[in-house]
Structure formats: structure tokens, C-alpha cells
Design a protein around this ligand. Structure first.
Ligand SMILES: Nc1ncnc2c1ncn2[C@@H]1O[C@H](COP(=O)(O)OP(=O)(O)OP(=O)(O)O)[C@@H](O)[C@H]1O
Length: 214
């Protein structure tokens, strides 16, 4: 069988905040169809690594490439290839749930945007809330909308920071199955998680980050 192509290549990443080095000599290669779980204690640097992967933070040293191109948060290429759910997303206060998803799908040139948005709304169980504004959603529903934004658009790499946060038990099970299916369809995934069931179901590899050093 042909080896799957490398989607993400991280080489010798280092990130320090002041005198404290959080991440040092971190390298990672993720191929299409692989899912890497970043685990480790609070403060071990998982979010720091993920922010560097998507270009939301700049490493002090090292390089990050997606599909052979350097990651730059503002580049069209990076935005096309990388779907992220990290931190709490900012939503437009005056666009409804369905309008957010429509906007994203159309901006990314998704064929049959209406059909894709309807399908994802069903999957994240936000059909009854599709006309609501983000400010009126429950915190778990806002997380579901955040996840939906990643699923209505094209993607080669999915980067998720604690995607299970604020989901109910049924939601975590759905998410685990959905991410496993995405990986089996050939997507590359990197996610940080404290949820063992999610890691067990989704990850093909687990990378545990250590404690920060002073
Ligand atoms: N902008 C910043 N300035 C100073 N320190 C920071 C900054 N961002 C993160 N840190 C520190 O870097 C360390 C790693 O934080 P990070 O958020 O990457 O951890 P994490 O592994 O994702 O933790 P958690 O499991 O709690 O989400 C923490 O000690 C944090 O306080």
C-alpha cells in the first residue's frame, strides 16, 4: 500500500514565555489518516503547541508546515487547509447559527453549501437552534456551533483544543465517533484532550507533553 502523504510537519519547535520555556525541541509528523492526541497535565504546553501549529502563535524556534507550505495564519493556503477549534470562537453577534455556517461554507467555496450545512446542523443537533443568535445559546450549544464550523468547510488538517469541553456525555460519544470517521476518511487530526474515551477512540498516536521548565 502506498504511504499516505505528510500533512503536518513540525520541526524543533521552541516556545518560551519570558524566562520559562514551555515547549522545547518538539517535532511531529502527521500523515493523512492519522490522529495525534496531545495529553499531559494542566500547563504542560498543549494549547501552546496547537496555537503554533495553526499560526495563532509564533514559535521562538522551529518550523511548521502544512501540506508542504509554511503555516501563516493569514495566508489563504493555511486557511484553506487547516480547520481549527481552539479557544472559544468569536461569533458575529448578529448572525444566526445557520447564517454562520452558511457564510463559512460559501466563503470556502463548498459545492452544495445548503446541503452540507443542513447535514452538519443535524449532526451537532442544533436544528432547533438554527435561527438563534450565538449569545442566546447554552455553553454546550456554542461549543457544538464551534465544532460545526470545522465540519462545514474543506480541510486537510483538523486542530482541536479540548473539543470535548462542555459537551454532554452523548455529545462526547458522538464527537469521538465523528473524529474517528474523519480520520478514517483520510483527514489528519491533532487534538489536545483530557478525556480518555476520546483519546482511545480517535488517536492513532498519543504524545504526552511534560511539565514546563524554568
Ligand atoms: N501568553 C502567555 N504568557 C505567559 N505564560 C503563558 C502564556 N500562554 C501560556 N502560558 C503558560 O504556558 C504554560 C502552558 O500553557 P498551555 O495553555 O499551553 O497549557 P495546556 O497544556 O494547554 O494546559 P491545560 O491542560 O490547562 O489546557 C502555562 O504555564 C501557561 O501559564
Amino acid at each position: 500500500m502506498a504511504r499516505k502523504s505528510t500533512v503536518l510537519k513540525v520541526s524543533k519547535l521552541r516556545r518560551a514565555y519570558g524566562p520559562v520555556t514551555i515547549v522545547e525541541d518538539f517535532s511531529l509528523e502527521v500523515r493523512a489518516g492519522e490522529a495525534v492526541a496531545l495529553t499531559g497535565r494542566n500547563g504542560s504546553g498543549k494549547s501552546t503547541v496547537l496555537r503554533c501549529l495553526v499560526g495563532a502563535d509564533r514559535p521562538d524556534e522551529g518550523t511548521v508546515e502544512v501540506c508542504g507550505h509554511p503555516v501563516v495564519e493569514t495566508s489563504a493556503r493555511t486557511r484553506r487547509d487547516v480547520a481549527t477549534v481552539i479557544d472559544d470562537l468569536d461569533f458575529f453577534p448578529d448572525l444566526s447559527v445557520v447564517e454562520h455556517l452558511d457564510l463559512l461554507a460559501r466563503a470556502h467555496g463548498v459545492p452544495d453549501a445548503d446541503g452540507v450545512v443542513d447535514e452538519v446542523l443535524e449532526q451537532v443537533q442544533l436544528v432547533p437552534q438554527s435561527g438563534q443568535l450565538p449569545g442566546t445559546l447554552s455553553s454546550g450549544q456554542r461549543r457544538r456551533l464551534g465544532l460545526a464550523t470545522a465540519f462545514v468547510r474543506p480541510r486537510e488538517l483538523l486542530v482541536l483544543d479540548e473539543p470535548e469541553a462542555r459537551l454532554d456525555v452523548e455529545g462526547v460519544t458522538w464527537l469521538a465517533n465523528r473524529l474517528r470517521a474523519e480520520r478514517q476518511d483520510g483527514l489528519a487530526i491533532v487534538f489536545a484532550s483530557h478525556e480518555p474515551s476520546l483519546v482511545d477512540t480517535v488517536a492513532t498516536r498519543v504524545v504526552e507533553l511534560g511539565a514546563p521548565r524554568g
